[in-house]
Design a protein around this ligand. Structure first.
Ligand code: ADP
Ligand code: MG
Length: 385
């Protein structure tokens, strides 16, 4: 609240108008990594870290935006210049996330106007907790509401995804934006990324901790897009055996084993991760509903191994963080979360072990790497507002 008042006041000083505030959360994914763009299942929860935008309309067609986090002000003209950027994801500038949303809104025929935007987020940037989706969703809300427009939650999530895919150049699935819009306090979301059907799962029995390795390897963006291409190659090859196949979501583990010889060994391992991960999400939902935290934790551990060995999106720091967590009594499971190559792990921990977990993991990680990890007790939060 104090932060919101500060943002409001800074807006008044800087832009000379009374703003409205819009806020969208980051998310943590409990299980189901790199499955969303394969039309599969994911299980994210919105978290208590948000991007907040103070916004007021302008009379011209200019977007003037300042990121408090990056201490930078930029201007973008709404008309003409908002052509698709075709960026690689690697070279994205923060302004692209906001301009991309404006572009996607206009593509949908939603007639937004100029606006002043003051942006502040406490979602750690580039840590796999989706500060990007939080920024997009907060921008979409701000740009529509200050123009007295309103759009439905699902359309909002989808056009934010399109902004990131086509304007920023990061070929992410729908998970991050969906979770930022549809999060519910105390719950994870079991989401079918094809039908977009979803169900809320109570997290009451579970204590989630997030460990930030504080590293972010530069490959993240380009390797992410490469994994998507590898999945598409898998669908092509398996499609010769399974007529009409459009997504790895429709391949069972038994089918994958049967058609192993039709696949390049690397592509086989990529497919094995996606297909087994989908099965794990479905099993994990059952475990959570049955309050079987040990069962849920075992699936998290398998998920990490699969991401590390088959999908190859982990890194030394994430592996270390998971090992440190696993060595503590009372930890049900731990895994990397988000796209990988740094960022965070998510941990399911018995409530009476939270303090021990925090001090022991922090100390051991510092000793091994010389870095100070950040460890957050995670509260599942409501979606954007
Ligand atoms: P993640 O979504 O895991 O945090 P991404 O690389 O997808 O990582 O997105 C991070 C990028 O989003 C940042 O590098 C920056 O360009 C942009 N971003 C997010 N939050 C802010 C903010 N508050 N101010 C400026 N840019 C932001
Ligand atoms: Mg992101």
């Amino acid at each position: 609240m104090a932060d919101q008042e500060k943002l409001r006041n800074e807006f008044k000083v800087r832009f000379g108008a009374e703003p409205r505030l819009f806020s969208a959360p980051g998310r943590v994914n409990l299980i189901g990594e790199h499955t969303d763009y394969n039309a599969g299942f994911v299980m994210p929860a919105a978290i208590q870290f948000h991007t907040t935008i103070a916004a007021a309309p302008r009379t011209d067609r200019l977007l003037r935006m300042r990121s408090v986090n990056l201490a930078e002000t930029r201007e973008v003209a709404l008309s003409g210049a908002l052509a698709v950027q075709h960026r690689s994801g690697q070279s994205a500038h923060w302004v692209d996330y906001v301009a991309g949303v404006a572009w996607a809104l206009q593509q949908e025929g939603i007639a937004i106007g100029g606006a002043d935007l003051l942006i502040h987020g406490d979602v750690p940037l580039g840590a796999g907790l989706s500060s990007s989706a939080a920024l997009e969703v907060a921008s979409a809300l701000a740009l529509t509401r200050v123009a007295d427009l309103s759009i439905g939650g699902l359309q909002l999530a989808q056009l934010c995804q399109r902004a990131e895919n086509q304007y920023v150049g990061m070929r992410c699935g729908i998970m991050d934006q969906f979770a930022s819009v549809h999060g519910r306090a105390g719950h994870a979301i079991l989401l079918d990324c094809r039908s977009l059907e979803h169900r809320y799962l109570s997290l009451q029995a579970a204590q989630l901790l997030i460990c930030n390795t504080m590293v972010h390897h530069r490959l993240a963006g380009s390797e992410y897009n490469r994994r998507r291409e590898q999945c598409e190659l898998g669908v092509q090859a398996l499609g010769r055996k399974i007529p009409g196949l459009t997504a790895l979501r429709d391949v069972s583990s038994a089918q994958l084993r049967a058609f192993k010889d039709a696949l390049d060994p690397l592509i086989f391992r990529r497919c094995r991760h996606v297909i087994s991960e989908n099965e794990r999400v479905v099993a994990a939902a059952g475990a959570l509903e049955g309050a079987d935290l040990a069962g849920f934790g075992a699936l998290m551990r398998e998920s990490h191994r699969s991401l590390r060995d088959d999908y190859e999106v982990s890194c030394d720091e994430l592996d270390l963080m998971v090992r440190l967590a696993d060595s503590i009594d009372g930890v049900y499971g731990a895994r990397m979360t988000g796209g990988g190559f740094g960022g965070c792990t998510v941990n399911l921990v018995r409530s009476d072990r939270v303090q021990q977990f925090r001090s022991q993991v922090a100390a051991d990680y510092a000793r091994a790497t010389g870095r100070a990890a950040q460890i957050y007790v995670c509260e599942a939060a409501d979606g954007a507002h």
